[in-house]
Design a binder for this molecule. Structure first.
Ligand code: ARG
Length: 496
C-alpha cells in the first residue's frame, strides 16, 4: 500500500495508530458490493469514451467480476489500506498488474465513489424499511378491523377524555406510520442521484459521461454540482431525520404498550413471547421488547443529532469527518429496521381487555362532553353553561363517590339549579343516551371519527394507501434489480 498511495508524496508509512484511528475499513464492508458495481460501471464508461483502451478495460473488468463473485472476503481489510476503495483497487492491481490496474482510478476519486456507494446502499435500506413499516401498518389494521366495537377511553394529558374504540386508536398509529413511509419515499428521490464524475470536487477534464454511469448504477439522475456531490450529506441527514421521526412514533406506541399492559391500566395483554420475567420477583411480566423499542427511538435520534453536529461547520467540500457520519447512518437504519420487525410481531399478539377498557371509560366519566353537547342540542343551553352544569354534576358525584352508571337526571337537575338557577329540560331517555359510551362512539360518524362506520372507511382507505405504496416500493426494487442485470449484461458484452 505504501507503494500505491504514498510512494510519491511520502517517504514513510503511516503510523499504525494513526492508520487504525483514521481507517473506515470495518464499516466499509457494508458498501463493498456497491463500490464494486461503481468500479464496473466506471470502467465501462472509460472504455466507451476511449479514456482507456478495450484491452485494458477487459482485464480490469475480469478482475472486478471475480471480486464481485468472491465477495468481500477476497480483499484484505487491513487498516493500513485506509478503506475499501483502496483495498479494491489494490486487488485489481495485484491481479492485472500496475500497468493496467493503475488505470482504474482515472477520472474518479474516493470522494465521489464513497458518496455514490452510500447512496446505493441506503436506497435499498430505505425500501426495506418502507416494507417493514407497511407490514406494521397492516398488523395494526388487522387488529383494528377486529376491534371496531371495542370501546376504550381516549386520553388527553393522560386523563380519561372521551370514549373511542380500540380500532380508532390503532388507526391513529397506522395512518401516522403510513406518513412515515411516504416521507421515506420522498427522501428516496433525493438519495437516488449519482455523484459519480464529481471526482475529488471539481470534476475532471477527461471526456467522461456522468449520465451513462448514473444509468448503469440505477440512479434516477445526477447530483449536479460536483462540489455539492462530494461535500454534501444532507441526503443522509434527511434519511436519518425521517427515521428519527418514525422512531419517535414507534417510541410513543411502545410507551403506551407498556402503560396499557401495566397492572394499573391493565387494558391490554401482550404475548408472553415478547415479555420477560424478573430474576427475583416471580409475579413479573415485563414488557421488555416495548422498552428496548422505546430506547431505540432515543438512540436513532441520537445518531441524527450526532450526525448534524458533525456536519454543521464543515468547510466545503470533502473532509474525512464525513467518513464518521456513515456508521451513524447505518446504526440508525439497523436499529429502525430491527425495531419495526419485532414490533410488528408484538402488535400481532396484543389482546385487548374490553371489560377493563369499558370500566375505565365509566370511572373516568368519559361521556361528560356528550352530556354537555346534549344540553346544547335539546335544552338550548349555551355550551359554556352546559359545560359548567355537567362539570358541577361530576364534581358532586366525585365528592359522593357516585360512578357514571349511578348518575341520575336528578343529579343533573341539581347541578343545573346551582349553575344556571333553573332545571334544564331534558328527558330521562336523553340523559341516559348522552351518558352511554356506545352511543357516544356511534354518534361520531364524521370523517376520521371513531364510529364503526367511519372506522371501516378509514381502514379501507388506509389499506388501499398501504397497497399503493407497496407497489411504488416494488417498482423501485424492480428498477434497481433491472439496473443490476443491465450492468452485468453490459460487462458480459465486453467479452463476446
Ligand atoms: N473512507 C472514506 C469515507 O468513508 C472514503 C473517502 C476518502 N477520501 C479521502 N480523500 N481520504 O468517507
Amino acid at each position: 500500500m505504501m507503494k500505491m498511495l504514498r510512494r510519491g508524496r511520502f517517504g514513510r508509512k503511516m503510523d499504525p495508530l494513526a492508520s487504525e484511528y483514521t481507517s473506515s475499513m470495518p464499516e466499509d464492508v457494508r458498501i463493498f458490493d456497491s463500490v464494486v458495481s461503481i468500479n464496473l460501471a466506471h470502467v465501462l464508461m472509460l472504455q466507451k469514451r476511449k479514456i482507456i483502451e478495450k484491452r485494458a478495460s477487459k482485464k480490469i473488468l475480469k478482475a472486478l467480476l471475480a471480486l464481485q463473485r468472491g465477495g468481500v472476503r477476497r480483499v484484505e481489510l487491513k487498516p493500513e489500506l485506509e478503506d475499501v476503495h483502496m483495498a479494491i483497487e489494490k486487488y485489481v492491481i495485484d491481479k492485472v498488474g500496475e500497468k493496467i490496474g493503475g488505470k482504474l482510478h482515472a477520472a474518479k476519486s474516493r470522494n465521489d465513489q464513497v458518496a455514490a456507494a452510500i447512496r446505493m446502499t441506503l436506497r435499498r435500506d430505505i425500501l426495506d424499511i418502507q416494507k417493514e413499516i407497511l407490514n406494521l401498518a397492516k398488523e395494526l389494521l388487522k387488529l383494528a378491523s377486529q376491534n371496531s366495537k371495542t370501546i376504550m377511553p381516549g386520553y388527553t394529558h393522560l386523563q380519561v377524555a372521551q370514549p373511542t374504540t380500540f380500532a380508532h386508536y390503532l388507526l391513529a398509529y397506522a395512518q401516522r406510520f403510513l406518513r412515515d413511509a411516504e416521507r421515506l419515499s420522498q427522501v428516496y428521490e433525493r438519495v437516488n442521484l449519482s455523484p459519480m464524475g464529481a471526482c475529488a470536487l471539481a470534476g475532471t477534464g477527461f471526456p467522461i459521461d456522468r449520465s451513462y454511469v448514473a444509468k448503469l448504477l440505477g440512479f434516477d439522475g445526477l447530483v449536479e454540482n460536483t462540489m455539492d456531490a462530494v461535500g454534501s450529506r444532507d441526503f443522509a441527514l434527511e434519511a436519518m431525520s425521517a427515521l428519527a421521526i418514525l422512531m419517535c412514533g414507534i417510541g410513543r406506541m411502545a410507551e403506551e404498550i407498556s402503560l396499557w399492559s401495566s397492572s394499573e391500566f391493565d387494558m391490554i395483554e401482550i404475548p408472553e413471547e415478547f415479555a420477560s420475567t424478573s430474576s427475583i420477583m416471580p409475579q413479573k411480566k415485563n414488557p421488555v421488547v416495548a422498552e428496548i423499542a422505546r430506547a431505540n427511538a432515543g438512540r436513532v435520534l441520537g445518531e441524527l443529532s450526532g450526525g448534524i453536529s458533525l456536519m454543521k461547520s464543515l468547510p466545503q467540500s470533502y473532509s474525512l469527518d464525513l467518513q464518521e457520519l456513515t456508521p451513524m447512518l447505518w446504526n440508525a437504519v439497523d436499529r429502525t429496521k430491527s425495531t419495526l420487525r419485532v414490533m410488528s410481531k408484538l402488535v400481532r399478539g396484543i389482546k385487548p381487555k374490553p371489560e377493563v377498557m369499558f370500566g375505565r371509560v365509566e370511572s373516568g366519566y368519559a361521556t361528560a362532553t356528550d352530556l354537555a353537547d346534549t344540553l346544547v342540542q335539546v335544552a338550548d343551553l349555551p355550551f359554556r353553561d352546559a359545560h359548567a352544569v355537567v362539570g358541577r354534576m361530576i364534581a358532586n358525584a366525585l365528592r359522593e363517590g357516585k360512578p357514571l352508571g349511578k348518575l341520575s337526571l336528578e343529579d343533573l337537575k341539581a347541578s343545573s339549579r346551582e349553575i344556571v338557577g333553573r332545571e334544564v329540560k331534558i328527558s330521562e331517555e336523553e340523559f341516559k343516551k348522552a351518558l352511554n359510551p356506545e352511543e357516544s362512539v356511534r354518534s361520531r360518524t364524521l370523517p376520521g371519527g371513531p364510529a364503526p362506520k367511519s372506522v371501516k372507511r378509514q381502514i379501507d382507505r388506509t389499506r388501499k394507501a398501504v397497497e399503493n405504496l407497496k407497489k411504488t416500493v416494488a417498482s423501485r426494487e424492480k428498477a434497481l434489480s433491472e439496473a443490476e442485470k443491465n450492468l452485468r449484461r453490459k460487462v458480459e458484452e465486453e467479452f463476446e
